[in-house]
Design a protein around this ligand. Structure first.
Ligand code: NAP
Ligand code: 8YV
Length: 319
């Protein structure tokens, strides 16, 4: 059975993905303004959505699309989608696992090294003309340190492999112990933070992990500790993080993700002991091309009446 109908592009996403969808299908863009009128006029035409992690597909949007039957998400995390609302309607949902592991892992490692070695401050030190007055202060180092990985999934394991090459001692916390890995398991996030010098957060977002990194976890990491978050802003209690950094209860933080992207609290921007990235974990030409291809292949498979290539785990039980 093949399927036909209009594909709805939910912004924002890249021009390449936008154009690739438009080149192959009848496609419409969900407007930023006047959505209610647009959905009244076109809602019943839409059979599938293409979106990325920053495009919200909430219960109201799903309800306004009576013939929606597939959502193709460009991104491995899909906390932008109201999955219970989609599943309740029998809507298929795909995402893009595996193809971005290397890019996100190297972002995590780069952020850890940049934060621990204070590379951004060192760059500013030269630009501000301070070198002639004396050397940049010594810093800690990542090689040989104890690193905790919060979420030893696909990306977490790739990060752990890179850390091993630096002679780091890796340990982790997930809800379940992972069989066959050479890393120590901690039953709790606090226990993990207490045992390490550096903590890298790479769990999914959503209600189950909201505020998982809270004040007790930050205090356990301590004044010499470095936090790196490449997961979702929601996983870290941002107010608690700001307070810990300001009070020097936490050493430093490297952040690729924030609670209210693209808005970053001014108080965080003002701190010298943070390195900030604008959610670029997977943002390489190579990886985004692979993510785009997988997104489009999932959509094409669904339109052809074939199984999705990479359904979200909740979906694969029903396929
Ligand atoms: P994954 O393979 O599903 O791994 C997720 C890991 O988190 C698993 O080890 C899981 O183990 C653990 N976990 C899940 N819920 C947990 C909880 N409540 N408490 C503790 N551990 C929990 O996913 P992935 O492909 O590695 O991706 C992870 C996440 O990274 C994505 O969901 C996305 O949010 C984020 N991400 C960010 C970027 C970026 O650009 N910064 C790019 C890609 C992905 P258990 O099930 O045993 O708990
Ligand atoms: C991107 C991500 O921000 O895959 C994810 O979960 O957060 C990132 O890769 C995004 O989805 C790009 O389309």
């Amino acid at each position: 059975m093949t399927r036909t109908g209009t594909i709805l592009r939910v912004p924002p996403f890249s021009q390449q993905l936008h154009d690739a969808v438009g080149a192959s299908y009848d496609a419409l863009d969900l407007p930023e303004e006047g959505r209610a009128d647009f959905l009244t006029a076109h809602g019943s035409e839409v059979v599938a959505i293409v979106c990325s992690n920053s495009g919200r597909v909430d219960a109201d949007l799903i309800a306004a699309l009576p013939n929606l039957a597939m959502i193709a998400n460009q991104g491995v995390g899909y906390d932008n989608i109201d999955v219970p609302a989609a599943l309740a309607r029998g809507i298929a949902v795909s995402h893009t696992p595996d193809v971005l592991d290397a890019a996100v892992a190297e972002t995590a490692l780069g952020l850890l090294i940049a934060t621990r070695r204070r590379f951004v401050a060192a760059d500013r030190f030269i630009r501000d003309g301070h070198w002639a007055d004396g050397s940049f202060p010594l810093t800690g180092q990542v090689s040989g340190s104890q690193v905790g990985v919060l979420g030893l999934g696909r990306i977490g394991r790739t990060i752990a492999g890179l850390l091993e090459a630096l002679g780091c001692e890796v340990s982790y916390h997930s809800r379940h112990e992972v069989p066959g890995v050479p890393y120590a398991y901690h039953q709790t996030a606090v226990g993990l933070a207490d045992a390490v010098d550096n903590l890298i957060v790479i769990v999914p977002g959503g209600p189950a992990t909201a505020g998982l990194v809270d004040r007790p976890v930050l205090d356990a990491l301590g004044p010499d500790g470095v936090l790196v978050n490449v997961a979702r802003g929601s996983v870290v209690d941002e107010d608690a993080l700001l307070a810990a950094l300001t009070d020097a209860r936490l050493g430093a933080a490297g952040l690729d993700v924030f609670a209210d992207e693209p808005h970053v609290p001014k108080a965080l921007v003002a701190l010298d002991n943070v390195v900030l990235l604008p959610h670029v974990g997977s943002a390489t030409e190579e990886t985004r091309a692979a993510m785009r291809t997988l997104t489009l292949d999932n959509l094409a498979a669904w339109l052809a009446g074939e199984p999705l290539l990479t359904p979200i785990p909740e979906m694969s039980r029903d396929q």
